[in-house]
Design a protein around this ligand. Structure first.
Ligand code: VGL
Ligand code: ZN
Length: 209
């Protein structure tokens, strides 16, 4: 069974949002084209970045620090971010144009204030798991197709964890956009995924199959 995983396609990651990803809005049309093809994917699941207002990944929680700086957060390196995807805020909502009618499950992450969670499966310290793996296993999923925002954070870590959990893992390259704090971060993310056995595909390849 194949699952399509739509990663963090939320207002705060779109142009104009609090943590805007350049051309992040372009992934919406790709997601909608793929979710319409119920013959290709047995199920669709989404992740939702879902932080408490005082999440410790926010630069605002660290007086004197600014977004983009890296600190040690309870033993883990942490990039500091603008306040984003606060629970129940408009910024945390899914993109208005995203067709969510086929979505079977939403896995929320980043809910523990003391640790960030880029992956849809585990937080960055693997201290807590979300319900995503159990959901996929219960439905007999063996193969996942990952796309969304952002290539160099949540897409990358979700794909790496999926591969490490034994799912046959693909990333839909044209369905992803990255933050790119450093210009090499986005190509490096694809290299890391390839190195972990993740396969890179295009939506056109999938749609023409
Ligand atoms: C993300 C940074 C902080 C992402 C989430 O969705 O890639 N990046 N929180
Ligand atoms: Zn976040």
């Amino acid at each position: 069974m194949r699952a399509l995983l739509l990663i963090d396609i939320q207002n705060d990651f779109l142009p104009g949002g609090a943590l805007a990803v350049a051309r992040g809005d372009e992934v919406i049309a790709v997601a909608n084209r793929l979710t319409a093809r119920t013959d290709l994917f047995g199920l669709v699941a989404m992740t939702q970045d879902w932080h408490p207002a005082d999440h410790e990944s926010f630069a605002a929680q660290h007086p004197g620090r600014t977004s983009g700086e890296v600190i040690d957060l309870h033993g883990l390196p942490q990039v500091l971010w603008p306040v984003h995807c606060v629970q129940d805020s408009t910024g945390a909502d899914f993109a208005a144009g995203l067709d969510t009618s086929a979505v079977a499950h939403v896995a929320r992450k980043g809910t523990h204030k003391d640790v960030d969670s880029y992956s849809g499966f585990f937080d960055n310290g693997r201290r807590h798991a979300t319900d995503l793996e159990a959901f996929l296993r219960a439905r007999g999923v063996t193969e996942v197709f990952v796309m969304g925002l952002a290539t160099d954070y949540c897409v990358k870590w979700t794909a790496l964890d999926a591969a490490s959990l034994g799912f046959s893992t693909h990333v839909v390259v044209d369905g992803c956009r990255g933050v790119g704090l450093a210009p090499e971060d986005i190509p490096a993310a694809f290299d890391a995924m390839l190195g972990a056995g993740v396969r890179l595909v295009s939506s056109d390849e999938l749609l023409s199959a």
